[in-house]
Design a protein around this ligand. Structure first.
Ligand code: GDP
Length: 345
C-alpha cells in the first residue's frame, strides 16, 4: 500500500469511527427519551454484539439501575409466557411500565415456540406501556448471558419500570441468565412429569418465588405441598427470605395479584435487609467476570489464526502428542496473549 493509500484508508477508518459515534449517540438519546423504535433497534445491535453494541451499552450504562429486574424460568409448557402476559396486565393496572425479554437460548427448534409466545401476547403489543421482545441469541457474540444483560440495560435505560426476563427451560444457560435478576420466579405445573424432581437439579436454590401454575388442574395441591416440603429441606439462615409457593392459574388470570405482591415484598425485604446491595454486587461481579473470561478466551484462541498461529498450533500439537500437559499449554497461551496485550501487538 502506498503512503497516500494508507493515509486514505486511515481517514476512512476514522470516518467510520466518527459515524459510529454519531449513530450511537443519536440512538442512545432516543432510547433514553423512551422511543420504542430506537429501543428495538438498539436490541438488534445488542443481539449481534460487536463494537457498536458495546459503545451503545457503555453510553447508556449511567442511565441504568432503576428497573426492577425479574427472572422467569421453569420447564417448557409450565405456562411462563401465559404468566408473563398476566403479570404485565397486573403491572399496567398498577401503573407500571414493563419490558418482557423472552430469551431463546439455543436451538432453531424453539423458534416456533417463541413465535407462538409473540402471538399469545398480541393484545399487549398495542399497549405502549409494554415492550415485548424475543431474542434469538444463537451465535450472539459473547453468549447468551452477555446479550441478555445488555438487553436488560437497554430496557432499563428506556425507563421501563419492570423488566421480566423469560427463559425457555431450566438448563445451566438459563440459570446464568437468571442471575442478572433481582427476583427469580420459578414456575412449575402439575402433570409435567418429573418437574419437581427436575427442580432439584439446581433451580430450586435460585428461586425467590415459586409459582405452581395451572392450579385449575388436578394435582396442583400436591405439587404445592411437594415443593413446600422440599423447601424445608434447604438450609436457611436466620431471618432469610423464605420463598413463597404460590398457586396460580395464569390462563384464567387467577393468583396473579399475589405474585405481583410477592415481587414487591421480596424487593422490600432486600432493601431493608441490605440484601439488594449484596445482590447488585453479585450481579455485577458475575457479569464482569463473564465478559473478562470471554475476552481472555478470545485473546488466547483467536490469535491462533494470526501470524503467531503456527507457534500456538504447535503448542497444541505438543499436548496432542503428550509432550506437554494441558494446564501448561493453557498457561503458555495466556502468557503469550498477555505479552501481546502489553506490547500492543
Ligand atoms: P411456556 O412454555 O412455559 O411459556 O408455557 P405457555 O405459556 O406457552 O403455556 C403452555 C400451555 O399451557 C399453553 O397451552 C397454555 O394455554 C397452557 N396454560 C398456561 N397457563 C395455564 C393455566 O393456568 N391453566 C391451564 N389449564 N393451562 C394453562
Amino acid at each position: 500500500m502506498s503512503r497516500a493509500d494508507a493515509h486514505l484508508s486511515g481517514a476512512r477508518i476514522s470516518l467510520r469511527a466518527d459515524t459510529m459515534i454519531a449513530d450511537v449517540e443519536s440512538l442512545a438519546s432516543q432510547i433514553v427519551e423512551g422511543s420504542t423504535r430506537a429501543l428495538a433497534r438498539g436490541l438488534t445491535w445488542v443481539e449481534s454484539g460487536g463494537a457498536r453494541a458495546e459503545a451503545l451499552c457503555a453510553r447508556l450504562y449511567p442511565s441504568t439501575g432503576r428497573a426492577q429486574v425479574v427472572g422467569l424460568t421453569g420447564a417448557p409448557g409450565s405456562g411462563k409466557s401465559t404468566l408473563a402476559r398476566a403479570l404485565a396486565l397486573v403491572a399496567r393496572a398498577r401503573g407500571r411500565t414493563m419490558g418482557i425479554l423472552a430469551v431463546d437460548p439455543s436451538s432453531p427448534f424453539t423458534g416456533g415456540a417463541i413465535l407462538g409466545d409473540r402471538i399469545r401476547m398480541n393484545d399487549l403489543a398495542l399497549d405502549p406501556g409494554v415492550f415485548i421482545r424475543s431474542m434469538a441469541t444463537r451465535g450472539a457474540l459473547g453468549g447468551l448471558s452477555r446479550a441478555a444483560a445488555d438487553a436488560v440495560d437497554l430496557m432499563d435505560a428506556a425507563g421501563l419500570g419492570l423488566v421480566l426476563v423469560e427463559t425457555v427451560g431450566v438448563g445451566q444457560d438459563e440459570v446464568d441468565v437468571m442471575r442478572l435478576a433481582h427476583t427469580i420466579i420459578v414456575v412449575s405445573a402439575p402433570g409435567l412429569g418429573d418437574d419437581v424432581q427436575a427442580l432439584k437439579a439446581g433451580v430450586l436454590e435460585i428461586a425467590d418465588v415459586h409459582v405452581v401454575n395451572k392450579a385449575d388442574r388436578e394435582g396442583a395441591d400436591r405439587t404445592v405441598a411437594e415443593l413446600r416440603a422440599m423447601l424445608t429441606l434447604l438450609p436457611s439462615a436466620e431471618g432469610a427470605w423464605i420463598p413463597p409457593v404460590l398457586p396460580a392459574s395464569a390462563a384464567r388470570d387467577e393468583g396473579i395479584e399475589a405474585i405481583a405482591d410477592a415481587l414487591d415484598s421480596h424487593m422490600a425485604y432486600q432493601k431493608t435487609s441490605g440484601e439488594l446491595e449484596r445482590r447488585r454486587q453479585k450481579i455485577v461481579t458475575a457479569r464482569v467476570l463473564r465478559i473478562a473470561q470471554d475476552l481472555v478466551a478470545e485473546a488466547v484462541l483467536a490469535g491462533a489464526l494470526g501470524p503467531e498461529g503456527a507457534a500456538r498450533a504447535s503448542l497444541l500439537e505438543r499436548v496432542v502428542r503428550r509432550e506437554m500437559a494441558p494446564h501448561a499449554c493453557a498457561r503458555a497461551l495466556l502468557a503469550q496473549a498477555a505479552s501481546r496485550a502489553s506490547t500492543g501487538s
